[in-house]
Ligand binder design. Structure first.
Ligand SMILES: NC(=O)c1ccc[n+]([C@@H]2O[C@H](COP(=O)([O-])OP(=O)(O)OC[C@H]3O[C@@H](n4cnc5c(N)ncnc54)[C@H](O)[C@@H]3O)[C@@H](O)[C@H]2O)c1
Length: 350
């Protein structure tokens, strides 16, 4: 029997690398990673994985439909992870978030229409229902069936969520006419080593290392999130793709322990031996107050069970970023912009 063929579109990214590592070790399959490869992504860990497991690489910007001609016309599983992500990018270049994420969805579907693919996983986000919990007081933890909405269609912050809603609808509704099965996972605050530099945790490590703040500012101290360690997100994704029950369905993949930003910041401070004081500060415009997924559907239908407690995952993540920063390596993607330093385009909030 031939090995299953797996394509990871956007597979050089944080979650893609995690899925590739897992599949390379746990499944006997032919792996292909298609990505535009942002600076720093082809580090020694990545190139070692590719060489050891004979992974095929296809490099290019997949907003160009011609790139899809380099893919094969048959795969068992496709993980559609490619997207522009991050609040900074939405605030600074909403027009690019709309263009790139929409083109990636449209081009992937055009390719799927002429290809033979069994199952596609579309990587969506908790941002799709963030507005719902705020505006309509839906319960937290939040399940998959809540209506999706954004609070202010004019605000650049929400361009990412709008493209994820388009992706969910597009993959789920094109699946039957185009002859593939679609599963949507909404990832929720996934973190871990290699998560990039435009996120809160790496930025906290950088700030604590620089030892330039005392008191240490905590932006959005009372907000809560449920932090999902990368290996748990990977396992949930693979289960969702491989489960016969998951065709046509949406799953929340995340962790269940709600942690305040203040608790997170102080935990990073503790791990890094910070002994100074803390001060509260405002947060991003449009940042949701509480977020925690209800994962009972994924538990019941996929056997998904997050295993790594957030504090344990945090220790591993902080250790990885400390090693990175202390090695003197340059941040490859421009890093994180603190909320008070950001200028953003667009109409602003209502
Ligand atoms: N990490 C999270 O907590 C989280 C939460 C919700 C949703 N998601 C979604 O999961 C997916 C993976 O997220 P991630 O954290 O690994 O992000 P990431 O930025 O690390 O990975 C995305 C990958 O897509 C690639 N890409 C972007 N534009 C491309 C283009 N035009 N052509 C080819 N490749 C392109 C990037 O180079 C990158 O390798 C994304 O779709 C993201 O929206 C992630």
């Amino acid at each position: 029997m031939p090995k299953p063929k797996v394509l990871l579109l956007g597979g050089a990214g944080f979650i893609g690398f995690g899925i590739a590592s897992f599949l390379a070790q746990q499944r006997d399959c032919d792996l292909t990673i298609a990505d535009q490869f942002s600076p720093g992504q082809k580090d020694s860990e990545f190139t070692e994985l590719v060489a050891r497991h004979n992974i095929t690489l296809i490099e290019g910007d997949f907003t160009d439909p011609a790139l899809f001609d380099y893919l094969e016309s048959e795969y068992d599983y496709v993980y559609m992870l490619a997207a522009v992500v991050g609040v900074n990018r939405c605030l600074e270049h909403p027009e690019e978030v709309i263009r790139i994420n929409t083109a990636l969805t449209v081009n992937t579907l055009a390719w799927l229409r002429r290809s033979r693919v069994r199952r596609v996983l579309f990587a969506s986000s908790s941002e799709c229902y963030a507005g719902t919990t705020t505006a309509f007081n839906y319960p937290v933890p939040t399940g998959e069936d809540v209506p999706l909405c954004v609070e202010d269609i004019r605000h650049p912050r929400y361009t990412y969520a709008v493209t994820k809603m388009l992706g969910e609808s597009a993959f789920l509704n094109c699946a039957v006419p185009y002859g593939f099965e679609a599963t949507v996972v909404r990832y929720q605050n996934v973190f871990g080593p290699r998560m990039g530099f435009k996120h809160v945790i790496p930025h906290l490590v950088e700030r604590f290392l620089s030892a330039s703040e005392n008191p240490f500012q905590i932006y959005g101290a009372d907000q809560t999130r449920a932090f999902c360690y990368i290996s748990d997100a990977v396992e949930g994704s693979v289960r969702a793709v491989e489960s016969p029950r998951a065709a046509g369905k949406v799953y929340h993949i995340g962790a269940t322990e709600e942690v305040s930003i203040e608790t997170l910041v102080r935990a990073v401070g503790d791990i890094m031996g910070y002994r100074g004081g803390y001060a509260r500060a405002p947060t991003y415009p449009g940042s949701v107050a509480r977020r925690c997924p209800d994962i009972s559907k994924a538990r019941a239908e996929l056997g998904y069970q997050p295993k790594v407690p957030w504090r344990e995952g945090l220790e591993r993540t902080v250790a990885w970023y400390c090693r990175f920063f202390e090695s003197g390596a340059r941040i490859p993607d421009g890093g994180f912009a603190a909320p008070e330093g950001l200028s953003y385009r667009g109409a602003g909030s209502a």
